[in-house]
Design a protein around this ligand. Structure first.
Ligand SMILES: [Zn+2]
Length: 319
């Protein structure tokens, strides 16, 4: 399916739900377009013309969650401004940290660039991993100061360097906070893809949206991730039934060429203040660091975009 077709299909699905929710007084918003779409990040309204109108105005683009480069799928539409804004200010940091992590493991056949401090200069070295613990080192002439390289080779052959060389890893430009915001964004978009606008327009999610739009500020202090508790067999979306941490549990996978990392995020239902929620999550942490979660699998057959009964069930669960 072509890009435009996928966007049209997503537009119809979400726009239809938006109108259904309004008709049934589940949401209370005035629209300016007959067939509206709200960007889930900035909540600005778009119409079907914004699928094709470009490049002058802001328009609707395909959104991958998690980012496409990390194995994400096209699950929703966001406006061009939010999509490219978040891409450079947030998602970049997630890709970068995974690059750094992958680089710290010497997977078979991979190349790694390091430097070695020597006589006040830096000798650059290219390492190739053979996968059995052997690393082959190449000192490229084009990447090194020839005089320094000669001195280094001389020291190596005279064994004056000692048995271990200190390898400096390359610098990766990520900020941990922004890595967290990127994970928050992936979890938020995956929730939007599953539930649409049923409860995500609630004011209590404004803090998440603001945080994604303004990563320089600290707006959403809570990090909604559970470490080392879920693995690949848990991938999916769940309702958390514990009354004090009623939330949506999203378990998703970040895939690179070499590795897979499972992330589990807990985002509370509307109305549960984030501070209290974070406190309650910690209260349920057991001795091994795991959170005692009672969860139930989201019904994969429930049509939350057309079936009013299913929508009502979700609202009843939220309470
Ligand atoms: Zn937007």
């Amino acid at each position: 399916m072509k890009g435009l077709e996928i966007r049209q299909r997503l537009f119809v699905k979400f726009s239809h739900q938006l109108l259904l929710l309004k008709e049934n007084e589940i949401i209370d918003i005035e629209f300016t377009n007959e067939r509206p779409y709200l960007c889930p990040i900035c909540l600005r309204e778009f119409a079907d013309i914004d699928l094709t109108q470009r490049p002058k105005n802001n328009f609707l683009t395909l959104e991958d969650a998690p980012p496409y480069a990390l194995g994400g799928k096209k699950v929703a539409l966001t406006c061009k401004e939010c999509n490219s804004g978040c891409g450079t200010t947030i998602d970049f940091h997630l890709k970068e940290i995974l690059r750094a992590i992958d680089d710290s493991y010497f997977y078979k056949g991979t190349k790694h660039f390091r430097t070695i401090d020597h006589e006040g200069g830096k000798v650059s070295v290219e390492l190739t991993s053979e996968g059995d613990g052997t690393l082959r080192a190449y000192h490229r002439k084009s990447k090194n100061n020839p005089t320094l390289l000669d001195k280094f080779k001389f020291a190596l052959s005279n064994k004056t360097l000692g048995p271990l060389l200190n390898l400096n890893p390359p610098k990766y430009n990520y900020e941990s906070k922004r890595v967290n915001y990127a994970l928050l964004k992936a979890a938020y978009i995956l929730m939007f893809a599953k539930f649409g606008y049923i409860f995500l327009l609630d004011k209590s999610y404004d803090a998440i949206r603001q945080q994604l739009l303004e990563p320089k500020k600290e707006i959403f202090p809570y990090t909604p991730f559970i470490k080392d508790q879920f693995s690949k067999e848990h991938l999916g979306m769940y309702y958390v039934l514990n009354p004090t941490i009623k939330s949506i549990l999203t378990v998703f996978n970040l895939k690179t060429e070499y590795s897979e990392t499972v992330i589990a995020s807990l985002i509370p239902v509307p109305g549960l203040p984030m501070g209290m929620f974070a406190h309650n999550v910690n209260e349920l942490r057991n001795a091994s660091g795991h959170v005692d979660i009672h969860n139930s699998q989201y019904d994969p057959d429930a049509d939350l975009f057309n079936d009013l009964n299913e929508i009502q069930k979700i609202l009843k669960w939220i309470g």
